[in-house]
Design a protein around this ligand. Structure first.
Ligand code: FUC
Length: 770
């Protein structure tokens, strides 16, 4: 019997392996038959901090550049000094139902100070141009970004000669590399220029290098250096004051390094060092370092939704157009999912800043919303896919950033709210301000740090890294939770403890007097976050066997928190009173935090709230909800949690149809990367969930994906999961974890226990659940 089982297992492994293509065999390319005209058609490369958008024009090559820390401004104190004195008056006005008066007072006395130095913003590093000086017709043009190796290529023929360019941004060598070749010698003739749309840049050309420097923001911001080195085989290189001219070369390699003084060090030295180290290596070695490093992350996960047409026949823009016209395309989903992983690998590497509103790819001097870090959904959404998509270590920049925020966050907690712990509001930037800024109706929301702290806990749940829990997650969660112990106040009408003045992110309600207001006490999202934060902090302290008295305090406070309630129309109440929404189709669906990314609303513990959550989404959608990319992406995750695969799928199609640009960037509009990450997270959430203590296989499989396989997803508890399915039902699943133990596995409503040996894959079939 044992032997039989063994053979059976072996057979299954063979079937399973045969059913899943390797990343190498999969074609995962974004490709086009024409160069990019617009920035949103160009293709991104990046190494976490050095990014480029490649247009691929044959006659006038254009590579737009970014360095993630290129910011204007400097740390500024933005706390309104009168805030603490007026906090109680604002609360009393709200409790008395005088919402507009409360808002007016809060605007003047609580909201942080405006910057008199101008807006602080992220900016482009500049542009690299390759001017070929001709307009000769080209044939067989193709540009592509290969997601399996992180290489971008452009190919074309001109007067019978085949030209190629290859571009990548390398994490191990911290350079951008561009290689130009032709299949006949002496054919490369172009002018190379490094530029920036700023009158203050300084450009030096020496031998075969161009160096550009500037103190950005008219002297209020970082100093940067961008340093480029050109090497050619054959031909000659001459120079002008601002360009290098290549004549008659056989092949050319351009290396570019960029740095600022944002963290520490001299950007001149840093870039010199990087260029000189990279110059010691051959282009092939640099390329090999890059692809090896990239594939170490990328190859962990495979998604296979179709046997046909792996993308070689239809260019990506036409594929997307077909879907926009109402067609379907499973390969587009494979691409979109893996592009999400590509974008995270390319914008968030250990040691870098977290992915901002545009990842790292941002054009011009004034990007939308300054390409900053909005913390009322956007920054969080950027990291939703990280754990489940097996890119756990890429969360490092987020945690570094949140910890860096604490210093100012503690100050704001103390000075504004008279509270211990840490706080952040709806947005922040690289200078880490934590005070509420701008208008009350979007800015007066003290939940940013609390929500972000939950990412630390999730990281622990996925990795079981107790050292991380002790050193980083628990202190962070404790700081966020402690703030609320001091800050919450009793609602005199209900006796419950509530947050406030606060709001349900960026939505407004209709007051009994028929006016629109946003500032209130105890909106649902706040209470849901506080609830889950307290639960997690208690659980963390228990795991670490730490702070028993503190745990008791949290438990006591938790008992008094205002609960989630259902309103008269059967939806989850967004505010602490059953108000009408001013905009029932609002893009934020904050009151469903506990459905996703939280978990307190779930089928087994709170079936009634599940039902109300569904009605909440239906109502938002019926009123035009989901109209921004990230909002649509959130809805996909909601439906995945509601186990409604077809609805999740429909919304995924809507994301492609309404909120996806030709280069597959998400559009708010304009381009905002959160939807890419939220959409990718949603696809994963349809195939695997683990937020309620069991590994749930195919929780939300749509009819449209009748066959397929996914490999390498992660479930909480360090479980690596491969799943294949056929005719819409589970075929096999393989689970593996580094720790021996009994794991709950669930499929189609049945939960069973599975014993795993350490690092040994266990394969199960539908019979396991009988
Ligand atoms: C939040 C959203 C907006 C936008 C901005 C960057 O404030 O409400 O829609 O995404 O962030």
């Amino acid at each position: 019997m044992e032997k039989e089982q063994c053979i059976y297992g072996l057979l299954l492994s063979v079937i399973l392996l045969a059913g899943i293509r390797t990343a190498e065999a999969q074609s995962l390319k974004l490709w086009y038959n024409q160069p990019a005209e617009k920035w949103t058609e160009a293709l991104p490369v990046g190494n976490g901090s050095l990014g480029a958008m490649v247009f691929g024009k044959p006659h006038r090559g254009h590579i737009q550049l970014n360095e993630e820390s290129l910011w204007t401004g400097h740390p500024i104190e933005r706390i309104n000094p009168s805030a603490s004195a007026y906090l109680d008056s604002v609360r009393q006005l709200i409790f008395a139902g005088k919402y507009l008066e409360a808002e007016e007072l809060a605007q003047e006395k609580i909201m942080g100070k405006r910057l008199d130095t101008g807006v602080h913003t992220y900016q482009t590093l500049g542009d690299l141009y390759l001017r070929f000086g001709d307009t000769t017709k080209v044939q067989n043009y193709r540009r592509q970004l290969d997601l399996t190796n992180g290489l971008m290529n452009i190919q074309y023929q001109k007067e019978g000669v085949a030209y190629k360019r290859e571009i990548f941004s390398s994490y191990p060598d911290q350079i951008l590399a561009v290689k130009l070749t032709a299949d006949e010698s002496g054919k490369l003739n172009f002018v190379l220029q490094l530029d920036r749309p700023s009158p203050n840049k300084k450009i030096d050309v020496n031998n075969n290098t161009i160096v550009m420097r500037e103190h950005v923001g008219n002297g209020d911001g970082v100093h940067y250096t961008a340093r480029l080195k050109l090497d050619q085989n054959g031909g000659t290189v001459s120079r002008t004051d601002s360009t290098l001219q290549v004549s008659g070369a056989d092949e050319v390699t351009i290396l570019l390094a960029a740095a600022t003084d944002y963290q520490s060090g001299d950007p001149d030295d840093i870039t010199q060092n990087r260029i000189s180290k990279a110059s010691d290596l051959s282009y092939e070695q640099l390329r090999e370092n890059h692809t090896r490093d990239y594939r170490r992350l990328f190859d962990r996960v495979e998604l296979d939704l179709t046997d046909e047409d792996k993308g070689e026949e239809i260019p990506t823009d036409r594929r997307l157009e077909k879907v926009k016209k109402g067609g379907t395309d499973p390969h587009l989903t494979e691409l979109y999912f893996q592009y999400g992983r590509y974008l995270l690998i390319s914008s968030s590497r250990p040691g870098s800043l977290p992915a901002n509103l545009q990842g790292i790819w941002s054009n011009g001097m004034k990007p939308p919303w300054n390409a900053d870090y909005h913390t009322n959904i956007n920054l969080q959404m950027n990291y939703w896919p990280a754990e489940v998509m097996n890119l756990s270590e890429l969360t490092g920049p987020l945690f570094d950033f949140v910890e860096a925020l604490n210093k100012r966050g503690q100050q704001v907690a103390r000075q504004m709210y008279g509270a211990r712990g840490t706080v952040a509001h709806h947005t922040t930037d690289v200078w880490h301000f934590a005070a509420p800024i701008g208008k009350t109706y979007y800015g007066l929301w003290p939940m940013g740090a609390a929500w972000l702290s939950m990412h630390f806990w999730e990281h622990y749940l996925f990795t079981n890294d107790e050292n991380f829990l002790r050193r980083r997650a628990y202190p962070q969660m404790k700081a966020a939770a402690t703030f609320f112990i001091d800050y919450l106040v009793e609602n005199p009408d209900t006796g419950y403890l509530v947050t406030g003045p606060s709001m349900s992110p960026e939505n407004q309600f209709v007051t009994p007097g028929g006016e629109k207001a946003s500032v209130t006490m105890g909106p649902a999202m706040d209470m849901e976050i506080v609830h889950e934060l307290f639960d997690a902090t208690i659980a963390a302290a228990e795991t670490l066997d730490a702070d028993p008295a503190y745990r008791d305090t949290l438990r006591q406070v938790k008992e008094q928190l205002a609960p989630i309630r259902i309103g008269k129309n059967g939806t989850i109440m967004e505010w602490n009173k059953d108000f009408e929404e001013a905009d029932p189709g609002h893009r934020h669906i904050s009151h469903l935090y506990s459905l996703y990314p939280g978990h307190a609303i779930n089928a087994s513990d709170t079936p009634k709230l599940m039902e109300a959550a569904r009605k909440t989404i239906d109502r938002r959608l019926a009123n035009g909800g989901g109209h921004t990319g990230w909002s649509r992406a959130w809805i996909i995750n909601f439906f995945a949690r509601l186990k409604d695969g077809n609805k999740a799928y429909q919304n995924l199609q809507a994301l492609y149809r309404k909120s996806t640009l030709a280069n597959l960037f998400d559009t708010h509009p304009p381009f905002q990367i959160d939807g890419n990450f939220g959409g990718a997270a949603g696809i994963a959430e349809m195939l695997l969930q683990s937020h309620t203590g069991a590994v749930v296989l195919l929780p939300s499989l749509p009819d449209a994906w009748s066959e397929g396989a996914v490999k390498g997803l992660k479930a909480r508890g360090r479980v690596t999961v491969d799943i294949s399915w056929e005719n819409g039902t589970l075929k096999t699943a393989s689970l593996e974890a580094p720790k021996k133990g009994v794991y709950k596995v669930s499929y189609n409503g049945t939960t069973k226990e599975l014993s795993l040996k350490a690092n040994e894959e266990e394969i199960i079939t539908p019979e396991f659940f009988e």
